[in-house]
Design a protein around this ligand. Structure first.
Ligand code: GLA
Length: 748
């Protein structure tokens, strides 16, 4: 709800309030952004400037309360006494004054190709103006989340050059810490926490994309905030290009937060009557800790960001050919894999890189769309039909934004590649295509569309495997071009499940999620690494938005050996897939995968759409009366003590059945110990035990009981863990990186 009275705006959503005031100088003050309050609370939330601040500037020499450097603003001026960072720079000072406002139902009108949140909302549009410039500030309330954006229009007589324009800024009271997420290829979403105090914390990407280096979403929280308590702001941008955010605490104790397109190498000339629209920023406040914030953010993304067709829709369990085959396949090999995938319970077969042009490694072929008939003699249509005949859906990989210099496309149109005047710099042996050019966009739309219409294709993995180069405003125009292309390809084909990807999570952002509901969050499928990647993504994104695949061990990137059970258990908490060579799996591994897939399918909606909680030792998802907890361990400790699982968010009074998912033990994991339990003295490296390891599994501790929600939340005492004193079915035998999954279901 948005109300206006006596120069005060009150924006109210589920669990938050924003109070803004037009002051006597026509500026917009941020009196409060946080817990739900009433409009009448203005008196309590008013700031008090006292009797002046020494060398500071006053807007009115006779008004000691008019010092811009200490006023909490919704949008600050520039060059007129507020020396904190300004959200707008045009090379001269500015003095925007309130002009008028409108309150209406529905989203802000936006003309450019930028994506935005969609659905029911209330919007406040405030117009601020100064000589020759009109600044429109938009505030939309979607349930528990506020979105903001700014649009600047040249209404004067001269061209104006924008050097920097943020989507939003706000000043809030208190001490805060900023959690940002950094990384690189196969190491996305590493969290870093900094205290806001003197100086500025900056989170900015310069690669041309939202990037794996500096994720656009970040958290601002009170130092004492926990998962359940304390004030937390989750902030994100619906944008896939270079982004910028800063958190700056002033000496007086106000924290200024802003976010928008990175001003680095940015400049935009506004001709007369021209406007520049900034991407929409998302601000999610909760006084119920990180957990309260993520719950609202998840609901927002599931309901207002991802394309309508995919909202709440089950995602298939897929098999992807990449890690198993890379470029080395032909139809026979693929069909063999597809048949096994089907037997295991997979529902979709995805053919990854290598099906077109001269693409036998990553040095050639990108840009071409002709199907490699040596690999797929019956063409895409023939191959897709064979996959469907096995009872599987079919998905296909594309990398349409890129071109190899060794490709027919590059030979025909070298000028379509995005370069500067120097020797081209390649990334993964490729250049990007210049999506700012209409003919390039048309080429992609036409050719991707042709392939999609030539066969029965249910899913597309849209990849992009390099960073861009600094191209000034072209960097932003590229992103607008990308949105245009994806819209033109997928809006007419809404039933195709689009999973975006960029070397894994090099473009994991809300902009891409507006285009397609899923993103491949990392090429790193090591489950222990995924605990960090998926765990940190969970602050800002629901499980339905990321693909989570089981791959081989030792892992391709870390060489870490992890139990197959753990690879499954971690991948359950997302959109499950398998990505390893199935041909050489032992039959006991196949049995285990079958059981994993059957379990996931039974609880798929809980895993993909259930409310997600971070537990002390794992994760929990819950939907209706079913809660599932994953408990993950690092290294095993000798003589392990008691272990307690505290579930969350159950009904205290209700009874639940509680059971762990059955997991099997391999004989080989006991090594030389096995000779103590069999009558003959067997060689631990001998043929008998090696064969037994491949054929025989042993049961592991099963804990099955009924308990009240109160008991499960207070902490269920888990079965004891193996400690070398003997094997017993009533204990749990966990090796390094072991894990378990527990299901609590309401008893009706
Ligand atoms: C990128 C993707 C991978 C795979 C390869 C294919 O690295 O992230 O998942 O599709 O490209 O070349």
């Amino acid at each position: 709800m948005i109300t206006y009275k006596n120069n005060i705006f009150h924006i109210q959503g589920k669990g938050f309030s924003s109070l803004m005031r037009i002051n006597k100088y026509g500026q917009l003050e941020q009196l409060h952004f946080g817990e739900e309050v009433e409009m009448e609370d203005v008196q309590a939330l008013e700031y008090h400037t006292g009797l002046g601040w020494g060398s500071s500037i006053l807007l009115d020499d006779n008004d000691l309360a008019s010092c811009p450097d200490v006023i909490p603003y919704v949008w600050s001026e520039n060059g007129r006494g507020d020396y904190r960072e300004s959200p707008l720079e045009i090379g001269k000072s500015m003095e925007f004054k309130y002009k008028c406002h409108k309150i209406y139902k529905g989203v802000a009108p936006i003309k450019c190709a930028l994506p935005q949140a969609k659905g029911e909302c209330d919007t406040l549009e405030i117009h601020m103006s100064q000589n020759g410039l009109l600044l429109k500030l938009y505030f939309s309330v979607f349930d528990g989340v506020l979105t903001r954006r700014a649009v600047l229009t040249n209404i004067g007589k001269e061209t104006v050059e924008i050097q920097k324009i943020m989507s939003f800024m706000m000043d809030i009271y208190g001490d805060y810490e900023a959690t940002t997420f950094h990384g690189s290829w196969i190491a996305e979403m590493r969290d870093s926490k900094q205290v806001a105090q003197g100086g500025r914390i900056v989170n900015e990407s310069l690669t041309g994309f939202s990037s794996n280096q500096h994720h656009p979403g970040f958290l601002v929280s009170e130092p004492e905030a926990t998962e359940e308590y304390g004030r937390v702001y989750g902030i994100n941008l619906i944008y896939s290009g270079n982004h910028y955010a800063s958190i700056q605490k002033s000496y007086q104790g106000l924290t200024r937060i802003m976010q928008g397109i990175s001003p680095n190498n940015f400049s935009k000339k506004l001709q007369l009557k021209e406007s520049f629209e900034t991407p929409e920023a998302v601000i999610c406040f909760s006084d119920k800790g990180f957990g309260g914030m993520s719950e609202k953010m998840h609901a927002f993304v599931n309901r207002y960001i991802i394309p309508e067709y995919w909202q709440g829709r089950e995602r298939p369990v897929l098999y992807n050919s990449w890690e198993g085959c890379m470029f080395d396949f032909d139809q026979r090999r693929l069909l063999g894999l597809a048949k096994t995938a089907k037997d295991l319970g997979c529902e979709m077969f995805v053919l990854d890189d290598g099906w077109f042009g001269k693409r036998n490694d990553d040095k050639a072929g990108l840009g071409d769309y002709n199907i490699n008939k040596k690999k797929l003699p019956q063409g895409m249509n023939g191959f897709a039909d064979k996959i469907h005949a096995l009872g599987l859906q079919f998905g296909l990989w594309f990398e349409p934004e890129s071109v190899n210099m060794d490709s027919d496309l590059y030979r025909a149109h070298p000028d379509w590649a995005l370069t500067d005047e120097f020797t081209p710099v390649l990334g993964r042996h490729q250049l990007l295509l210049d999506l700012t050019k209409q003919e390039v966009r048309d080429y992609i739309v036409e050719n991707v569309g042709k392939v999609l219409d030539s066969a029965n294709i249910n899913y597309v993995k849209w990849d992009m495997n390099r960073h861009s180069i600094a191209l000034g405003t072209k960097a932003h125009d590229y992103i607008l071009g990308l949105y245009d292309v994806q819209r033109r390809v997928f809006e007419p084909r809404p039933h195709i499940l689009l999973e975006n990807c960029a070397s894994g999570g090099n473009r994991f952002d809300l902009g891409m999620l507006c285009m397609g509901p899923q993103i491949w969050c990392s090429d790193d499928t090591d489950p222990i690494e995924r605990l960090t990647i998926q765990g940190n993504l969970s602050y800002l994104y629901p499980q339905s938005t990321y693909g989570t695949h089981v791959s081989a061990a030792p892992h391709a990137q870390t060489l870490r050996v992890t139990p197959l059970a753990t690879r499954g258990n971690v991948s359950f908490f997302g959109c499950l897939g398998y990505e390893l060579d199935l041909k050489h799996l032992l039959s006991l591994e196949k049995e285990e995968i079958k059981a994993q897939i059957a379990f996931y399918k039974k609880y798929r909606m809980v895993f993909q759409y259930g409310s997600f909680k971070r537990l002390k030792n794992g994760w929990q998802v819950k939907k209706d009366g079913t809660a599932i907890a994953g408990v993950f361990r690092g290294q095993v400790a000798a003589a392990p003590g008691y272990e307690v699982l505290r579930m969350k968010d159950l009904d205290k009074k209700k009874q639940y059945s509680f059971v762990n998912r059955e997991q099997k033990l391999r004989v080989g994991q006991f090594g030389a110990l096995i000779k103590h339990v069999v009558p003959v003295n067997l060689n631990p490296n001998g043929a008998i035990l090696r064969t037994a390891d491949r054929k025989i599994t042993m049961g592991d501790g099963k804990q099955e009981l009924k308990a009240s929600g109160a008991a499960l939340m207070s902490g269920i005492r888990l079965l004891p863990i193996f400690q070398g004193t003997g094997y017993d079915k009533n204990q749990r035998t966990l090796t390094d990186f072991g894990s378990e999954v527990f299901v609590a279901e309401e008893v009706l």
